[in-house]
Design a binder for this molecule. Structure first.
Ligand code: BTN
Length: 227
């Protein structure tokens, strides 16, 4: 099995490292890494965009030839560990520090073709956010020279975390749960977040006392319609 991060393609600028990795994936070895200093069309979950000034964020995509069942959660745990003890995870895999999002994860793939792409963006040293992100995004407060050491630390944590048993992933994820006990809304209702189950689904207690397990999608903090 090849190492995570080898071979590596580093681009000064590209549309999206996930798009580059997906194009390479059908013939790429496990662990191939695409990084870029800048993306012109970085994207995230739920149709979001991902932006970062050149050189100030970690923009990476790994091609995986085998991966754990709970890949999005395992990756979130590794990113949170790389960020530090203050990092929390907002289900399923947004990384928060002091309630601000500092990292995001986008898993794409074709399991029938035997590959997945794990895309990660980390705001290591972002000097300024666009107006629409100013209230919700955060930076780790580093400098551009911190991006590469952060990547190396993260690759080591991913190598360990993607091979961990599911029970350990769930247990470490739960220790960093940003939503536990908090009021949340989602497109179909509202309730109080009550952790994740063994399959990584978010459990939510509804006002009528029933519990719902959310599989995918987006939850928002607070009651009422999402801001
Ligand atoms: C999210 O929070 O919605 C996920 C964001 C993922 C962003 C990263 S940046 C590197 C890689 N390339 C992309 O286009 N997206 C991911």
């Amino acid at each position: 099995m090849s190492r995570l991060g080898t071979p590596r393609l580093h681009l000064r600028t590209t549309d999206s490292t996930n798009e580059r990795a997906k194009a390479l994936a059908p013939r790429a070895p496990h662990g191939l890494l695409v990084t870029a200093a800048e993306q012109t069309a970085g994207h995230g979950r739920q149709g979001r965009t991902w932006t970062a000034p050149a050189g100030e964020g970690l923009l990476m995509s790994l091609v995986l030839r085998d991966w754990p069942e709970l890949l999005p959660l395992a990756a979130a745990v590794a990113v949170a560990e790389a960020v530090g003890p203050e990092a929390r995870i907002k289900w399923p895999n947004d990384i928060l520090v002091a309630e601000r999002k500092v990292a995001g994860i986008l898993v794409e793939g074709r399991s029938q073709e035997g590959w997945a792409v794990l895309g990660i963006g980390v705001n290591v040293a972002i000097s300024a956010f666009p107006a629409e992100l100013r209230d919700t995004a955060g930076s780790l407060g580093g400098v551009p020279a911190d991006v590469e050491p952060f990547l190396q630390r993260l690759l080591a944590l991913l190598a360990k975390g993607l091979n961990a048993p599911s029970e350990n992933v769930i247990a470490t994820w739960r220790e960093r749960d940003a939503l536990d006990g908090r009021a949340v809304t989602w497109n179909d209702g509202e309730g109080v977040a009550a952790g994740i189950d063994e399959e990584g689904r978010l459990l939510v207690e509804r006002p009528d006392g029933t519990t719902t397990a959310l599989n995918a999608g987006e939850v928002h903090l607070g009651t009422g319609p999402p801001a």
